[in-house]
Ligand binder design. Sequence first.
Ligand code: IMP
Length: 429
Amino acid sequence: MSAIVVVGTQWGDEGKGRVVDRLARQAHLVARYNGGDNAGHTVVAEGHTLKLHLVPSGVLHPGLVCLIGAGVVVNPERLVAEMDELAALGVDVGPARLKLSAAAHMILPTHRALDGAREAARGPGSLGTTRRGIGPAYADKAARLNVRAGSMAQPETFAERVAERVEAHNRHLQERYGAEPLPSERVAADYCAYAQRLAPHLTDGSALVGEALAAGKTVLCEGAQGLLLDLDHGTYPYVTSSSTVSGGALTGLGFGPRHVSRVVGVAKAYTTRVGAGPFPTELLDEVGDRIRQVGDEYGTTTGRPRRCGWLDLVILRYAARANGLDEIALTKLDVLSGLERLRVAVAYERGGVRTEVFPAEFGVESLAQWEPVYEELDGWADDIRGVRRREDLPPAARAYVARIEEWVGVPVTFIGVGPAREQAIVQSP
Ligand code: IMP
């Protein structure tokens, strides 16, 4: 009986969906534990490319049960649309297969309006959120004001609660931001229609996970975003509003730490970030442009160009600590092919003082004062997309991976060398 947790080690977009897809073959239940439709991953089914934001990445493996856990905030419109798209391709998204924790929280259209209004009001100091209502929904949850998914089982009171929250948000939107109110009756009616579709999927998520573990099954816990977007441990306030770290799997799904057998941290072979906030190894030159182009670094959810930079081992060491990583899945190594020299940040320096510890807890102002200390490594010219064994990589690529393992102290057990499922060097099941 075991739980495997998959987390992002940087600022999200590390390619977790792909790693979850691989590990899903040995799992019985795939459970998403945090975030909402701010996340996005691309899946290819029946020759169609789908962008999923809420339905767990394991959905394409027949026989697997998928759970959207208590720690998730759910935009029901998006969830129903994804279910319809999947069903149209013949993927089973029936209530026996796709489960929604009754303790998950609902995102309302006014949460999205508030997110947008707050971002606009911040002007140049905006956080660069996805404007999906994530922050306002989690804020209502923490304030004990929000509507939970389980309320969908009682249509009468659900409609009333939705309308009441929308009206409260409307007052705030109008008074604070001079924004247009949303029609509460209409929103409530729409939400009742979603509730009809989604109510059969409601479940006690913690019980579902607990029963699977007790029966000796494997539960794959899918994290969204990455360590540096974690509400507590990221680059606050330039973070999302949920727990992206491995501990978030325990609180977001409702099971205990002794069940966790494996924590897999997904890291891109370089670093990217969408949205505002500090990024020590950012490249604002042609190398950054090249990585963006070759790596197709544009957001799945918003289409925004991602900021690109060198790999930061200070961050990966932090990720190893904060998540208790057992292994690293390194993605997109092929994107670096053709660069003559590579740099990796191994420490930060400020006024002659050197640190190898990521200074997250002292705030972004402090982080901005540190300069990365780089180590230079040889690049490789060869196309590595056909390589399937680590020993067949060019020596410089092998050295790059080995340097990561040395610095972080965690083995790299998966190396992505191209976008297709089979374009990978896999060293553990
Ligand atoms: P929010 O989650 O929409 O509130 O956005 C807060 C920050 O997290 C912004 O910088 C977003 O760009 C970032 N963010 C949220 N979700 C993702 C993701 O899935 N990948 C990368 N960045 C994300």
